[in-house]
Design a binder for this molecule. Structure first.
Ligand code: BES
Ligand code: MN
Ligand code: MN
Length: 464
């Protein structure tokens, strides 16, 4: 057995216990009532990094939650890998749909994870995946085999749009100097089919407000004669996609890069079963833009989705009211070469344009991020691909994902450094949903694979 496998075998119970302790703290960045817990989690991540051998790990304060940062420079002549991850998690709601409490981790076997999976909010996204990098680092140091310099940058606001990261990156630019960034915060196709993420979608997120009359009205006395902002908002939203499920905002597709025939053929090779997809979600058909496959729709095509909509009376029973206001949160996922600020502006102008007389509208931009694609012919990708090929016995497939990690495009712009998205989660791990979990197999496989990535990268850089 290889040294790393032996090490994992000896320490796996501790690796799991340590992750469980981290998962017990509800570090929900979106909800201010968890502020103490988010800070506590940052402290714990810092201590764990120090214990693993990153002696200078510290908390860097921002206008929001702190960033855990530290470095181990073994030899300035060696290449430097910066690990990025996040210690914050999504809210656990709807809490009643969890089979066990979201912050009381339990290990249970599932069909996909017969060897067990850890159930908790953040188990996969991203505490479990982030912690693999810490344990891989511990292993390398314990063997005196750290083949590269390493920096860790673990933030606490990823799930709310990383608003304070731009300033941090600008301020700490020289400390963040590195050759490549490793991010374990994405997934693989399946435990038999490893993949590496080579593209992410960008994001433009807005909140809209539609105001009708100056107060809630009796819907009998006024109904039919005054614009109902909820009815109007629904019409406005539905007019933003056409019969082919294309987005109707003028200019929305202007910059979208269409895939070539070769790229589409390449895409079609990724294993995908539409019937399994539908049965997993208990839907009787898929839905999306005409002329594109499901895999294309959820990764290389832009979207417009309502994430939440509210207004009027939603309490028990019935209340006949014509509301004064209606609201919606809307996210648009962007693909190369769309630019988030442009899309936000196109949306805002269009939303004002289509508002009928009788209502006033407001659009408030939230967070945004740029889309990202990376080539596969450079040392970082090769090092990751060879590492996975070694530990899975199969060459990983390059895949574009539909999710967003806005920092990736920002790192490239601000630091001129590329990121490797070597994640180990599965789509079925239910990230952001009730019963999020992370396979014990995936967790340990990640810890095993990361040191190979370090070693391969050092070798490729030395020979290149
Ligand atoms: N780790 C996810 C993104 C992800 C998951 C990418 C799986 C690819 C595969 C990340 O934590 C996330 O949830 N990002 C947000 C964006 C953010 C701006 C709130 C997202 O994609 O909704
Ligand atoms: Mn994440
Ligand atoms: Mn997330």
């Amino acid at each position: 057995m290889s040294a790393i496998k032996t090490y994992i075998d000896e320490h796996k119970d501790r690796f799991i216990d340590e992750l469980i302790e981290l998962l017990k703290i509800p570090s929900i960045s979106a909800d201010p009532s968890y502020e103490k817990d988010v800070h506590k989690t940052a402290e714990l991540v810092k201590s764990r990094l120090i214990e693993a051998g990153l002696e200078n790990a510290k908390l860097c304060e921002t206008d929001g939650y702190p960033i855990v940062f530290g470095s181990k420079i073994v030899d300035p002549a060696l290449p430097t890998i910066m690990v990025y991850g996040h210690y914050d998690v999504q809210p656990a709601d709807p809490i009643e749909l969890w089979d066990s409490p979201p912050f009381e981790p339990v290990i249970k076997a599932t069909e996909i994870h017969p060897e067990g999976a850890i159930f908790a909010r953040g188990a996969c996204d991203d505490k479990g995946q982030m912690y693999m990098t810490v344990k891989a680092f511990e292993y390398m140091l314990s063997q005196g085999e750290l083949p590269c310099n390493v920096k860790f940058m673990i933030e606490g606001e990823e799930e709310v749009g990383s608003a304070n990261l731009q300033t941090f990156v600008e301020e700490y630019k020289s400390e963040l100097d590195c050759d490549i960034i490793l991010i374990c915060d994405t997934g693989i196709i399946s435990n038999d089919t490893p993949s590496i993420t080579v593209g992410l979608r960008g994001m433009s997120y807005v909140e809209v407000e539609v105001t009708g009359p100056n107060r809630d009205l009796h819907s009998g006395l006024y109904g039919g004669a005054v614009a109902n902002p909820i009815n109007i908002l629904c019409n406005m939203i539905s007019s933003m996609t056409d019969e082919n499920n294309q987005i109707t905002i003028p200019g929305f597709y202007d910059r979208v890069v269409e895939l070539s025939k070769e790229e589409r053929d390449e895409f079609a090779k990724a294993p995908f079963s539409k019937s399994e997809y539908m049965s997993d979600l208990e839907i009787d058909d898929v839905h999306g833009e005409e002329g594109y496959t499901t895999l294309e729709r959820n990764s290389v095509r832009p979207t417009l989705d309502v994430n939440g909509i509210w207004g009027g009376y939603i309490g028990e029973g019935a209340k006949t009211v014509l509301p004064s206001k209606a609201y919606a949160k809307i996210s648009m996922r962007l693909v190369p070469n769309q630019v988030s600020t442009e899309i936000t502006k196109l949306f805002t102008d269009h939303f004002h344009q289509i508002a009928p007389p009788g209502v006033k509208v407001k659009v408030k931009p939230h967070h945004s991020g740029e889309p990202f694609v990376t080539p596969t012919d450079f040392p970082g990708y090769e090092a990751a691909s060879n590492a996975m090929e070694h530990t899975y016995g199969k060459k990983p497939i390059p895949m574009r994902s539909g999710g967003s990690i806005p920092i990736v495009a920002m790192f490239e712009k601000e630091l001129g450094v590329k990121s490797i998205l070597m994640g180990f989660g599965l789509d079925s791990d239910k990230i952001h949903s009730p019963n999020e979990h992370y396979g014990v197999f995936n967790y340990l496989k990640g810890i095993e694979t990361i040191p190979h990535f370090f070693k391969n990268y050092a070798e490729l850089k030395n020979n290149g």
